[in-house]
Ligand binder design. Structure first.
Ligand SMILES: Cc1cc2nc3c(=O)[nH]c(=O)nc-3n(C[C@H](O)[C@H](O)[C@H](O)COP(=O)(O)OP(=O)(O)OC[C@H]3O[C@@H](n4cnc5c(N)ncnc54)[C@H](O)[C@@H]3O)c2cc1C
Length: 492
């Protein structure tokens, strides 16, 4: 039985686990991040609206209201040093009816109490001066300039990449199956996984929709996840210009409702639906969902054409009964920390939650973990060059440095062989991971052209047969055998 020894184990490499790993890497300690998926991000951090919320939605006094505005500030602070894409587009909550206009006043007041800067209510005409494609039916809107859109894939990778540069170890395809505790669950001393035992005096549960299961392993029953699925549709970049800011309808009991936004790469993102379900992993999309999303989105921006939709995805929200985040050091087993129920605005809040958890370890678990500064901590990192965004001069300089920058692998997104190779060097092991790192396969043809080329490069760089390349780990192999198998066998 393999046993590995660490100071802190983080279960889950979503935005919460990644941001926490990055903050802990500033200390001289051994940190392991375990995730059951073959690539990151995989859970809710992979499939969401990618909005860095301003922070007016949540009731003052809640953990959400506390961490959302500070998380927003932290995202803005870290965007440069960690080199991920963040567009300061601002957000609009749009009101069509009189009672919705009154609701904008309430949101404005709430936002001020939560410390959100620069908010104002603008008329429908002012909105349309700025955003000509906004519906003529919109009578007023709440403008929040600090709302931003982020590339959520890049952000998670950036936090984790920097953490790894600073010594954190990431173990993918490593599912936590049990907690190792002393008798009567007095103290935690590690976890049981599909890849053996990992030992540490501190275990942090950042397992997203699975946080309830992990919490129950510790004997803490209060975390009960009630998943709801949100379906999204992405259009190609030809209609990305329809909006500049992030559009919300007035929130309802079901949440923030259907939104319309131009993504960090200028596709149009429309969604999400809100469908309660029992399955924590069901991320299917449906025709009904597409219709609901298009109807809702066209209420805000009528010109969205259905033919521009190029793909769909769904994320599962980690709703809890309390509706708030559940962040706590348990008294028993000692050393176990829950960072659970992290639903929206969890992505925004994650960097602030991470700083808070570090403080909790320092104050409440000082007997279990020593927090001295990491003398080798490097606070910044750089992303793989984004070839598509560079000038001709910059491209030429890259090609002179490495001729593989002249080999276009993905035509829709202008991704080069050099980028794919660099993604593999930084840890990508699957076709999906290469897409997350580089956007190869994220364009109009959805990998029809580049899929086989990416697989080929993965096989070559990893030194494995092409048949062993997977889409996203496990049994998801791309190839099942050779064509003309009979002919090959006959000639052996
Ligand atoms: C539809 C939707 C829209 C949203 N929109 C926004 C938004 O616009 N802005 C915003 O701020 N927030 C938004 N959110 C919320 C945000 O996405 C989440 O709060 C955030 O991503 C949660 O991050 P996490 O790290 O806690 O969980 P996750 O990202 O789900 O990560 C959990 C990780 O734990 C791993 N894991 C689970 N069980 C185990 C196990 N047993 N062993 C090992 N690993 C395990 C999973 O593989 C996963 O990688 C949205 C969420 C959804 C679903």
């Amino acid at each position: 039985m393999i046993q590995r020894l660490f100071d802190v184990i983080i279960i889950g490499a979503g935005i919460v686990g990644a941001a926490l790993a990055r903050e802990l890497s500033a200390y001289a300690m051994r940190v392991a991040v375990l995730d059951k998926a073959a690539e990151i991000p995989s859970g809710a951090s992979r499939a969401n609206s990618a909005m860095i919320h301003a922070g007016y939605d949540d009731k003052p006094g809640t953990q959400k209201a506390r961490f959302c505005p500070s998380g927003n500030r932290r995202f803005h602070e870290l965007q440069g040093p960690l080199d991920f894409t963040l567009r300061e587009c601002g957000s609009y909550v749009c009101a069509f009816e009189e009672d919705e206009i009154r609701h904008l006043d309430a949101l404005l007041d709430q936002g001020k109490r939560n410390g959100v800067p620069g908010m104002e209510i603008i008329s429908g005409d002012t909105l349309r001066d700025r955003e000509p494609h906004a519906s003529r039916e919109i009578r007023a809107a709440l403008w929040a300039p600090s709302g931003a859109i982020v590339n959520n894939f890049e952000a998670v990778l950036a936090f984790m990449d920097n953490a790894q540069q600073n010594g954190v170890e990431l173990f993918l395809e490593t599912q936590v199956t049990g907690l190792l505790c002393s008798e009567e669950k007095q103290e935690v001393f590690g976890v049981e996984t599909t890849k053996g035992r990992f030992l540490a005096p501190v275990v942090i549960n950042a397992a997203g929709v699975h946080a309830g299961e992990i919490s129950r392993m510790a004997g803490e029953e209060s975390v009960r996840i009630r998943p709801t699925r949100g379906e999204y549709f992405i259009t190609d970049k030809t209609v990305g210009h329809l909006v500049k800011g992030f559009f919300f309808a007035c929130p309802s009991a079901k949440g923030k409702g259907i939104t319309v936004a131009s993504t960090a790469e200028h596709n149009l993102l429309i969604g999400p639906t809100s469908t309660p379900q029992t399955d924590l992993e069901d991320t299917s999309t449906t025709m009904k969902g597409l219709e609901e999303v298009l109807d809702g989105a066209r209420k805000l921006v009528p010109d969205i054409p259905s033919g521009a939709v190029i793909t769909s995805f769904a994320g599962v929200r980690a709703n809890t009964l309390s509706g708030d985040f559940n962040i706590a050091v348990l008294r028993k087993p000692r050393g176990f920390v829950n960072v659970a129920g992290i639903k929206s605005p969890g992505f925004t809040s994650a960097p602030a939650i991470a700083l808070h958890v570090v403080e909790m370890l320092r104050e409440e678990l000082a007997d279990r973990v020593i927090m001295t500064p990491n003398p080798h901590f490097v606070p910044e990192r750089t992303h793989i060059p984004r070839f598509a965004e560079l000038s001709m001069e910059e491209r030429e300089a890259l090609v002179r440095r490495d001729p593989r920058f002249a080999q276009i692998v993905c035509r829709c997104e202008t991704v080069t062989e050099a980028q794919v190779v660099e993604a593999i060097r930084r840890g990508a092991r699957t076709v999906a991971a290469v897409k997350i790192w580089t956007r190869a396969g994220a364009g109009r043809c959805q990998g029809g052209f580049c899929g086989p080329r990416v697989a080929d490069i993965l096989a070559r760089e990893l030194g494995i047969p092409l048949e062993e390349v997977t889409r996203h780990g496990g049994h998801s192999r791309l190839l099942v055998g050779r064509t003309k198998e009979y002919w090959f066998r006959g000639n052996e």
